[in-house]
Design a protein around this ligand. Structure first.
Ligand code: PLP
Length: 306
């Protein structure tokens, strides 16, 4: 279990495991302070691969089955060899064992699955564990000021019309999503909600959008239709199950920015963040609704699902 680390690098406390997705080699603990990829790895060269980010809580990953199902689906959409889930789960256990043994607390665990090396054509994969970024905790505690922004490609792209658009796959190609977040930050905002034609709401660059209506005896939670080109969120799916049990009507609907403005509350959901309430949308403040504690408790329990 002892992994020598070469420097006092800030990466020293992280855990890294090589998965070896094909072949017979077992998952292997690596020194997190050393480079682990070859320069011809298509993850780096082309962003050609898929990933998952799982919440780590009390030394375990949460919603493992939902992440595993989406990982398999994303890999299939990219024509990657079907991941050997036993091997990815063994790598996850090894990474967590090391993370906990070296004093790691709650955080995030990533599965990275690349088409692999251009020269050897062998897929590559690795698992990392890192602490929760401070901005994520801040968004949960203080909420986020959000701008809407055009996604930049048409909603008519459906899986059948253009399967290469990889709509619904969690691919490594997040440069455009990160650019949108940088744009928001450069305008003193915290996050983005992508929209399409007709101000149709899609998703955040790293989150699912939900809105709640809690008035006149109606208690409903809505999220955009996933067919319009959004990644199906594991947190939102787990939350819908819990919220349904708690008496909320939960559905997908063709939401517009106007619907968000008229909602009682809007949240961004994702696995490690759990939730971040939208406190202002395009400069218009959104007050904290009475149902906020309940929604945030549901989101927390959903993200912490075992
Ligand atoms: N949508 C996008 C584009 C994402 O990147 C993510 C998570 O990173 C989500 C939605 C939320 O998914 P999950 O709740 O499974 O973390």
């Amino acid at each position: 279990m002892d992994v020598p680390t070469t420097t006092s690098s800030p990466l020293g406390s992280r855990a890294v495991v090589a998965v070896h997705p094909s072949g017979d080699a077992a998952p292997e603990l690596l020194d997190p302070t050393l480079p682990a990829l070859y320069i011809d790895d298509l993850a780096a060269v082309r962003g050609d691969g898929v990933f998952e980010t799982l919440m780590v809580r009390d030394g375990a990953v949460r919603n493992l089955d939902r992440h595993t199902a989406r990982f398999i689906n994303s890999a299939a959409m990219l024509d990657l060899p079907a991941p050997d889930t036993g091997r990815w789960h063994a790598a996850t256990d090894l990474a967590l064992e090391h993370w906990v043994a070296s004093g790691g607390g709650d955080g995030s665990l990533r599965w990275m699955y690349s088409r692999g090396r251009e020269t050897t054509r062998e897929p590559t994969g690795w698992v990392t564990v890192a602490p929760e970024p401070p901005a994520v905790a801040r968004g949960r505690e203080q909420g986020v000021r959000v701008m809407t922004a055009q996604r930049g490609y048409s909603l008519d792209i459906t899986k059948d019309a253009a399967p290469w658009a990889l709509v619904g796959a969690k691919t490594l190609s997040y440069a455009a999503n990160m650019a949108a977040l940088r744009y928001a930050k450069s305008h003193d905002l915290d996050d983005v909600i992508f929209i399409g034609d007709g101000e149709r709401v899609l998703e955040g660059p790293t989150s699912t959008v939900i809105m709640a209506r809690d008035r006149d005896g109606v208690r409903e939670i809505l999220t955009p239709l996933h067919e319009v080109g959004v990644l199906p969120g594991t947190t939102q799916a787990a939350m819908y199950r819990l919220a349904g049990e708690a008496g909320w009507t939960c559905s997908e609907a063709p939401l517009t920015v106007g619907d968000l403005r008229n909602a009682d509350g809007v949240w961004l959901l994702s696995s490690v963040r759990r939730y971040a309430r939208v406190t202002a949308l395009d400069g218009t403040p959104l007050d904290r609704p009475v149902c906020a504690d309940e929604i945030e408790d549901l989101a927390t329990r959903a993200a912490e699902g075992r």
